[in-house]
Design a protein around this ligand. Structure first.
Ligand code: URA
Ligand code: URA
Length: 307
C-alpha cells in the first residue's frame, strides 16, 4: 500500500513513482490503491502544478479500487477508478450445483452453458460483451489460469488467443506440450469494461470474486494435478487480495489452491512488456518445476533454455 499523505507533494509524488517503478521491475502490471491514496496522489500532482492549496489534504476512507499500472509510467498519468467496484452493492457470487454424475464432458457442457448464460455477467457486469469460457483438455494435468480475456479473446470467444496467448503457446510448446493437451481459463470470463478506446483493464477484486465459483467448478471437472496462476492479478483473484504479496516472492515456490498444487509465475503480457532474459528465465524455471512435478521428460536442451 502506498501512503502518500504524510509527505510534501513533491516528495510524495517522487516516493510513489519510485515505488511504482520498483513494483514494475518486480513484474507487477496492476496495482491496488485505496481511494484515499488516489485522492492524495491527485492532490499532490495538482499541488505541484500550483493548482491546489497545500492544506487541502486527504479525503475519507471509502471503498478501495484497482487501478491500471501502465507499462510506461509517467508522473502525468492520472490515476483512474473504475465504476463497477464503487457503484452500489456488488452482486453475490453465483451458487453453483455442478452435477455430481455424468461424464466430464457432460458436466463441463452444463457448466459452460451456465456461465455463458450468466445473467449478472451478461446484463450487469458485461452488457453487450461476450463471455469467454475456458478451453482445452478435460483430462489435462495442467491448468493455466489467467485474469480475464482481452479484446482478441472476446472477439474469438477463446482464452489466450491474442499476443499474450501466442507467447503462452510458445511456453507450452517449449514444455513439450500442446494447447489442446492443457486447459486454459481465466478468473473472470468477460473482458472488463473501461472507457478508453483501447487496452485492457485488470478485473477488480469484486469481479474476480463474483466469477470465482465458475473457475472452481472448472477445476472440479478437470481435476488438474497442477495449476499455473499467470500474474499478480490472477494470483490475487485466486488467493484473495493481499497488499503485501509480491509476485517475485510467490513465484518459484509451490502454493495450494483448493488442495491443488499451484505454481505462480509472471503473466505472458508482462514478459511482452519486459522481454529481458532474466524474466524469461524465471518463467522458464517455474515451468521446469511444473514439468518435474508432473513427471514430464526434461531434456538437457530444455534445462539449458535461457541459461
Ligand atoms: N490475458 C489473460 O489473463 N487471459 C486471457 O485470456 C488473455 C490475456
Ligand atoms: N503482475 C501481473 O499482473 N502480471 C505479472 O506477470 C506480474 C505481476
Amino acid at each position: 500500500m502506498i501512503e502518500a499523505s504524510q509527505l510534501d507533494p513533491f516528495e510524495a509524488t517522487r516516493a510513489v513513482l519510485e515505488e511504482l517503478k520498483r513494483r514494475r521491475s518486480e513484474g507487477e502490471t496492476s496495482l491496488y490503491l485505496e481511494d484515499s491514496t488516489l485522492l492524495s496522489l491527485q492532490r499532490a500532482l495538482l499541488a505541484q502544478g500550483g493548482a491546489l492549496e497545500q492544506e487541502q489534504v486527504i479525503g475519507n476512507e471509502s471503498d478501495s479500487d484497482q487501478t491500471d499500472f501502465p507499462p510506461e509510467l509517467s508522473s502525468s498519468t492520472p490515476p483512474r477508478t473504475e465504476p463497477s467496484a464503487s457503484v452500489g452493492r456488488f452482486p453475490d457470487p453465483p451458487c453453483l450445483q455442478l452435477p455430481k454424475d455424468g461424464s466430464k464432458a457432460k458436466r463441463w457442457e452444463w457448466l459452460r452453458e451456465r456461465v455463458l448464460s450468466c445473467q449478472v455477467c451478461n446484463e450487469q457486469l458485461n452488457p453487450g460483451g461476450k463471455i469467454v469460457f475456458g478451453t482445452g483438455s478435460l483430462d489435462a494435468d495442467l491448468f493455466f489460469c489467467g485474469e480475464a480475456p482481452g479484446a482478441e479473446e472476446e472477439a474469438k470467444g477463446t482464452p489466450f488467443v491474442g499476443p499474450a496467448g501466442e507467447l503462452l503457446d510458445r511456453i507450452i510448446s517449449a514444455m513439450g506440450l500442446t494447447r489442446e493437451a492443457v486447459y486454459t481459463g481465466n478468473v473472470v470470463n468477460f473482458r472488463p469494461r473501461h472507457e478508453r478506446a483501447f487496452g485492457n483493464r485488470p478485473p477488480t477484486p469484486e469481479e474476480m470474486n463474483f466469477c470465482l465459483p465458475y473457475l472452481r467448478a472448472q477445476l472440479e471437472v478437470v481435476q488438474p494435478k497442477v495449476i499455473v496462476a499467470l500474474g499478480k492479478t490472477a494470483t490475487d483473484g485466486l488467493l484473495g487480495h493481499d497488499p503485501n504479496r509480491r509476485l517475485g516472492q510467490m513465484r518459484g515456490n509451490w502454493h495450494d489452491y483448493s488442495d491443488i498444487p499451484m505454481m505462480v509465475t509472471y503473466h505472458p503480457s508482462y514478459l511482452l512488456h519486459n522481454p529481458s532474459k532474466s524474466s524469461k528465465r524465471k518463467v522458464w524455471e517455474d515451468m521446469l518445476m511444473v514439468m518435474e512435478r508432473l513427471e514430464l521428460p526434461i531434456s538437457e536442451k530444455q534445462r539449458g533454455f535461457f541459461q
